[in-house]
Design a protein around this ligand. Structure first.
Ligand SMILES: [Zn+2]
Length: 53
């Protein structure tokens, strides 16, 4: 089963597994940006910022 979130870049739907976890990073299938799950209720995605090492 999947749940639907909205990509912050292209506003397209992003399919997530229903066991998605906070801070999980997924790739938008429409624009291929990496987005991070910052809230589960409501499901919210933001731009993923990679930590500098
Ligand atoms: Zn997108």
């Amino acid at each position: 089963m999947t749940i639907i979130a909205t990509c912050p870049f292209c506003d397209e739907d992003v399919d997530l597994d229903d066991d998605v976890e906070l801070s999980e990073v997924v790739v938008c299938s429409s624009c291929e940006h990496e987005v991070e799950v910052v809230s589960l209720d409501p499901l919210t995605l933001v731009e993923f910022e990679e930590e500098e090492k």
